[in-house]
Design a binder for this molecule. Structure first.
Ligand code: ADP
Ligand code: MG
Length: 547
């Protein structure tokens, strides 16, 4: 009836819109593309990616989260996939690649059903049912009660594929010790906050010089050579202000007319600094950490009093110091009282490589621990840092939950088998979706086999046959390139890592499936700038170039 009339524009000019199947298929393609990119990195025989950022800096890694972080993806669906890698990394520390690969495979399997005209809502419902059933299966299969040896092997499994091969054992041991150190019991539950482990990196030495310190390590030296190298029974003042004369906010000029006044002026500055140091001394401190600067004169006065001083300490380090030593961070020196001081048995400056660092040990709050990472190149140090991050996280998660599952695709094979048994009990078209879900989780053993140079189909058939016989620990022994008992090969993972990966992959896949309309606003600024031609970089939002 209305034909021939001018269409009513409800969207802004330049807005693009994709609807129906196009929108859905494009999203699926984008998600699959991301999954395919990281697929080759999965497992111990996975390959690395070399990532070059816009400044030319290089990162070499096969850690899913790291790769995702560096990849500059543009497609909105791809971005959602990247988000699950990030959340997986933050929540459980491992299984990032698995989550992404699984999300891609769930969508790929869904495509088959879409082609058969199964409605996306039905697929998404089936997937949700399958996902919660998978949680039950994991719970049922998981081994409860974890030994220290198992904790170490969980750490090692999480570190496989990272370029720390030869020393994984050493690092795993450090990770387990550190986590056990900070684990707390709250209401009968074990709670681990790995953020309480201070990780410092220092160039030089070898990876095996990486050490665990029962205390806090600050990457700063004492400010004055005459200060003591070691302070026993340290009473520690923590200042987020400086020991210096405050520069006025506005440029004030002091006009001195009489030359004799110059001396008076300087004397007064000296007096102020002296008083500051006296306040610290009066409170009973023999160590002071300042978040800001310490003036030369103040350094001199401190060293005369035998006080160990450190300046420009990072805010995050100050907070760690406060927690470890039980001290309070003070802004105004007038407020400093003996009760605000932190305590440690010893504060010591030690030479590490070419630099000096401050070690605070025997802290009042004993559950404070640091790891000092060493390595011959910055790349090594960064990779060790990433490996340790994963290891600490998985050990923490395992200690909290007390449950583990076999890795190497064994748990996924078991989930697939159980889901195939379960699907007919649901019936209808959802049954198809649950079966598709079962096929999708098998992407993990299939990909592990493929990356280890094994025949993926033969491997999968063999594993399925074993699981039919209730041999739950049979999976891909990727190191030896055979199907075998992965538990006996110490390939074990926290149950929570698997649960989280499946849950978040399901969430993003079902979300993408149900989108049938993508409305994108016109891209702003960056492209206009390119077209503008003139001006060059830095002219952002600025004035037009002058002629
Ligand atoms: P993610 O980012 O998902 O953790 P990884 O590249 O670390 O990706 O690979 C993890 C997968 O590799 C898990 O399924 C894990 O069980 C498996 N895996 C680790 N070590 C081995 C091994 N020695 N043999 C077989 N599979 C292994
Ligand atoms: Mg991993």
């Amino acid at each position: 009836m209305l034909s021939g009339q001018i269409p009513i524009l409800v969207l802004k000019e330049g807005t693009t819109r994709e609807t129906g199947k196009d929108a859905q298929r494009n999203n699926i393609e984008a998600a699959k593309a991301i999954a395919d990119t990281v697929k080759t990195t999965l497992g111990p025989k996975g390959m690395d990616k070399m990532l070059v950022d816009s400044l030319g800096d290089i990162t070499i890694s096969n850690d899913g989260a790291t790769i995702m972080k560096q990849m500059d993806v543009d497609h909105p669906a791809a971005k959602m996939i990247v988000e699950i890698a990030k959340s997986q990394d933050q929540e459980v520390g491992d299984g990032t690649t698995s989550a992404v690969v699984l999300a891609g495979e769930l969508l790929k399997q869904a495509e088959v059903l879409l082609d058969q005209n199964v409605h996306p809502t039905v697929i998404s419902n089936g997937y949700k049912i399958a996902s919660s059933k998978a949680m039950e299966i994991i719970e049922k299969v998981a081994k409860k009660g974890i030994t220290d040896e198992e904790l170490k092997n969980i750490a090692k499994t999480a570190m496989t594929g990272k370029n720390v091969g030869g020393v994984a054992d050493y690092l795993a041991e450090i990770a387990v010790k550190a986590v056990k150190y900070i684990a707390e019991k709250r209401d009968g539950k074990t709670v681990v906050d790995v953020d309480n482990i201070l990780v410092q990196k220092k160039f030089g030495g070898g990876i095996t010089d990486t050490q665990l310190i029962e205390g806090v390590v600050i990457d700063k030296e004492k400010v004055h050579p005459r200060m003591p190298v070691v302070v026993k029974n340290a009473k520690i003042a923590l200042l987020d202000s400086g020991l210096e004369i405050k520069k006025t906010e506005i440029d004030a000029k002091v006009q001195i007319t009489d030359p004799s006044k110059i001396q008076a002026f300087l004397d007064q500055e000296e007096e102020t600094l002296r008083e500051m140091v006296q306040k610290i001394k009066k409170a009973g401190a023999n160590v002071v950490f300042s978040q800001k600067g310490i003036d030369d004169l103040a350094q001199h006065f401190l060293s005369k009093e035998g006080i160990y001083g450190v300046r420009r300490v990072k805010k995050s380090d100050m907070e760690k110091l406060a927690r470890a030593t039980g001290g309070k961070i003070i802004t105004n020196l007038d407020d400093l009282s003996p009760a605000d001081l932190g305590y440690a048995e010893q504060v010591e400056e030690k030479k590490i490589g070419d630099d000096r660092m401050t070690f605070i040990t025997g802290c009042k709050y004993p559950k404070s621990v640091s790891i000092l990472i060493r390595g011959g190149t910055q790349h090594t140090i960064d990779e060790v840092d990433r490996a340790l991050h994963d290891a600490l996280k998985v050990v923490g998660v395992t200690l909290e939950d007390g449950t583990l599952v076999p890795g190497g695709g064994a748990i996924e094979a078991e989930i697939a088998k159980e889901l195939r048994k379960f699907a007919p009990t649901i019936g209808g078209r959802e049954q198809l979706a649950i079966e598709a879900f079962a096929n999708a989780v098998e992407v993990i053993p299939r990909t592990l086999a493929e990356n280890a140079g094994m025949d993926p189909i033969d491997t999968l058939l063999q594993i399925r046959a074993e699981h039919e016989k209730e041999h739950l620990n049979i999976g891909v022994d990727a190191i030896n390139g055979v199907v075998g008992d992965v538990y006996s090969k110490n390939v074990i993972e926290p149950a929570r890592v698997k649960k989280h990966a499946i849950e978040s992959a399901t969430e993003v896949a079902t979300m993408l499936l149900r989108i049938d309309d993508v409305i994108a606003a016109k891209k702003s600024k960056p492209e206009e700038k390119k077209e503008g031609g003139q001006g060059g970089p830095g002219g952002e939002g600025g004035m037009p170039p002058m002629m």
